[in-house]
Write a protein of this length. Structure first.
Length: 201
């Protein structure tokens, strides 16, 4: 399963819950890989790119060899733990996977190591709220152009969402789209109960 975002739609909160409850997930046959050097960020509830950051970077850069290596590492770790289901999370995965060629290549990479993409979870937010939240976040962490200029040239999420919708319409992958809410219990409910079929920890 892939949780592919979107940004500023509860992603870090979800990833923290998954990391804290990793053993519970494992007991239910799901391996949620660690996030390397960013693992402590997830566990502490800080903003984190999740455990699929290396996969996102490889797919974004067109580095298929690296993407395959990352997937093999995840697969091996799951196999060692006696489970087959793997849960990966990065809020920017929607960017490369909105390209149908990348999505198809990703499917081939999975098949090559005897894996299959069963489902995708996408959390959406009101576009205006999300754009403003992202802009504020970008402004905090670095230099950013004026809001109007950024919306015109730097805010690509809308384009990625539209493109991803087209990709999914041509795919047999189960896609679950949820609406972002500030109610944390609701977020956990649609992630665990509705998407994974598990009780909320």
């Amino acid at each position: 399963m892939l949780h592919i975002g979107t940004e500023k739609a509860g992603s870090s909160f979800i990833k923290t819950s998954l990391a804290v409850n990793r053993d519970e997930l494992l007991s239910n046959g799901i391996w949620y890989p660690t996030a390397g050097v960013r693992e402590q960020d997830m566990l502490a509830g800080r903003i984190s790119p999740g455990n699929a950051l290396p996969l996102y970077q490889a797919l974004r850069d067109g580095n298929l060899e690296q993407a395959e290596a990352v997937l093999k590492t995840f697969h091996q770790a799951a196999t060692e733990r006696g489970v087959k289901a793997i849960l990966l999370s990065n809020e920017n995965l929607i960017e490369p996977l909105s390209d149908v060629r990348v999505f198809e290549t990703f499917g081939h990479l999975l098949s090559a190591i005897d894996l299959q993409l069963k489902s995708v979870l996408l959390v959406r937010r009101d576009p205006g709220e999300q754009a403003l939240s992202l802009y504020k976040h970008r402004a905090i962490i670095g230099v950013i152009p004026r809001l109007y200029d950024w919306l015109q040239g730097g805010f690509k999420l809308g384009e990625h969402l539209l493109a991803f919708q087209s990709v999914m319409e041509a795919s047999v992958t189960n896609v679950q789209v949820k609406r972002y809410t500030k109610d944390s219990s609701r977020i956990l409910s649609f992630f665990y109960s509705e998407s994974l079929g598990l009780e909320v920890p």
